[in-house]
Design a protein around this ligand. Structure first.
Ligand code: GLN
Length: 550
């Protein structure tokens, strides 16, 4: 595309959790598949500098980028939909904005002026919005999602900043898309447009007239309803777009495109681009929707009632399922319940087990029991981060006979087979100080890891403070644990596996951050493939039969 960079802003109204992130990602994909160079970013109005210090209860998963930023989980969707790796700069919070302005003030940067929300905070927001285009190469379109909901006090400076940008850059270069809810009221048998009207009124009071309304609804929006919304909200009827609940998030771009979203965007922004080329995505969605068979994989963790905490893992299973032509049913297993009720009740009928990452000691013993059960019964297992640490503790205890643990949970444990990394010992700040982001890992030839990756050199993303204690490497190795992936200097254990088991592998890094719908991650793909084999094998059948007989 020739000409100036175009900016699209996505705001949300009425309630949160309407799927702004998926809407932004979908639009990103559609524009990319029209040959445009698109970058996505998210601006979050909260005061934390990043979500790295927030609990999963507050925030869901913390998504880690290659360059080690701890970001909002929507960035995971952006990366998965547009297949573009994002950076630290793609997630900006009020905390970062205020930090920059206050630091400048302390440095005397405002030359005696009074520092104010308008213009100093809004200027900082605008400069951070625009840098996405400057620093990502030849960008045609910057899509910026504004977190929160219209009407939130803390979101006002962001809305003011994007209002100013349209004024400064011109209508042909800035587009506002607003996501709202059109609820169905059962008692009245009617879809209601009032919440949307109110939300748009709120935006217009700030000076933002949306160009496109995406209306989330559980029922189709009849013409009459769209006409009404159009009239009251001052948005053309064609630009009032129905966004029905979808079975899979990967279906959303197809649906939105069928309602004309990408066409309207390029018309409004006067963009010259190619026709939409999305056949391969349709094919992928078909595979997700009509799988050949089903396998059941347990995720044994601590936040199992909070699906957002494991977002990228769930998506990785969808990708790996599509790649293997199966549907992966996730069985959520609360590690604390395993501790309480024993493992058999939860794992006797599954075809695979995943132990996810986590912090703190809650549920740890349950996870260790789950590892032991998978190891002893030949059930395919993948451990991630804390999952690897549980694998090592279990092996040290039950195979090497050590009274082993992690110093994260017990400072006085006799054999701390998992210990704080050296560089972490003198850290006093908690935010952004873990071993974060992409690091190289060298894989041992002939290992399961090499077979899965088809390579001996990989790069994966990390988020941890603890590691395998090298003082125990020899004992663990002598007893049969294979260290199949190490940091290039050999100092950090990155992958462990067992040979005498169909699929037993654990990683200190987080493979889930790099899985893509079109490129399922090799470890997830391998786990699902072996789970299929296990489910039809005599071991799997016998195992499940035994549990039914009990
Ligand atoms: N708590 C562990 C550590 O800090 C594991 C972290 C994780 O699973 N992301 O090393």
């Amino acid at each position: 595309m020739n000409g100036s960079v175009k900016y699209i802003f996505i705001t949300g109204g009425v309630v949160s959790s309407l799927g702004k992130g998926i809407a932004a990602s979908s639009l990103g994909l559609l524009l990319k598949q029209r040959g445009l160079n698109v970058v996505l970013q998210k601006f979050d109005p909260y005061l934390n500098v990043d979500p790295g210090t927030m609990s999963p209860f507050q925030h869901g998963e913390v998504f880690v980028t290659d360059d080690g930023a701890e970001t909002d989980l929507d960035l995971g969707h952006y990366e998965r939909f547009t297949d573009k790796n994002l950076s630290q700069k793609s997630n900006v919070t009020s905390g970062q904005i205020y930090e920059a302005v206050i630091n400048r003030e302390r440095g005397g940067g405002y030359l005696g002026g009074t520092v104010q929300v308008i213009p100093h905070i809004t200027d900082e927001i605008k400069s951070k919005i625009m840098r996405a285009a400057d620093e990502n190469g030849d960008i045609d379109i910057v899509i910026t999602e504004i977190g929160g909901t219209t009407g939130d006090i803390e979101g006002l400076p962001f809305l003011e900043a994007i209002r100013q940008l349209r004024f400064e850059l011109g209508k042909q270069n800035v587009l506002y898309m607003h996501l709202t809810l059109v609820p169905y009221i059962k008692a009245a048998h009617e879809l209601k447009t009032k919440p949307t009207q109110n939300s748009v009124r709120g935006l217009r009071e700030i000076g933002i007239q949306p160009d496109i309304l995406l209306c989330r609804s559980e029922r189709p929006l009849e013409d009459e309803i769209r006409k009404k919304i159009s009239l009251f909200c001052n948005v053309e009827k064609e630009a009032v777009i129905e966004a029905l609940d979808a079975g899979s998030i990967y279906e959303v771009p197809l649906r939105l495109s069928s309602k004309g979203l990408d066409k309207i965007v390029i018309e409004k922004l006067d963009i010259n681009c190619a026709e939409l080329d999305i056949g391969w995505w349709e094919e992928m969605v078909r595979r997700i929707q009509s799988p050949g068979k089903t396998v059941e994989i347990a995720i044994c963790g601590k936040y199992v009632h909070l699906f957002d905490a494991y977002k990228s893992i769930i998506e990785s299973f969808i990708h790996a399922g599509a790649a293997n032509d199966v549907k992966v049913n996730i069985k959520w297993v609360n590690a604390e319940m395993v501790e309480k009720n024993g493992v058999t009740e939860y794992l006797s009928d599954v075809d695979g087990v995943l132990i996810p990452g986590g912090f703190g000691d809650r549920g740890i013993e349950g996870k260790i029991l789950a590892v032991k059960y998978a190891r002893e019964n030949g059930i395919p297992l993948l451990g991630i981060c804390l999952g690897l640490q549980c694998v090592v503790i279990e092996f040290a205890r039950n195979v090497c006979g050590l009274d082993a643990g992690s110093s994260e949970f017990d400072q006085d444990v006799e054999h701390p087979v998992i210990d704080l990394m050296l560089e972490q010992r003198n850290r006093s700040k908690m935010g952004g100080t873990m071993r974060l982001g992409s690091y190289p890992c060298e894989i041992v030839k002939g290992s399961l890891a090499e077979k899965l990756y088809g390579s001996v050199e990989i790069n994966e993303r990390h988020r941890h403070r603890y590691e395998v204690n090298n003082n125990y490497r020899e004992t663990l190795k002598d007893n049969g644990l294979i260290f199949s992936g190490l940091s290039p200097d050999g100092d950090l254990v990155e992958i462990v596996e067992l040979q005498s088991h169909p699929f037993f592998i654990a990683t200190q890094f987080h493979p889930e951050f790099k899985s893509r719908p079109q490129r399922a991650h090799p470890l997830f793909k391998g786990l699902v493939k072996t789970a299929i084999e296990y489910s039809v094998s005599s071991a799997g059948k016998a195992h499940q039969k035994a549990s039914q007989d009990r």
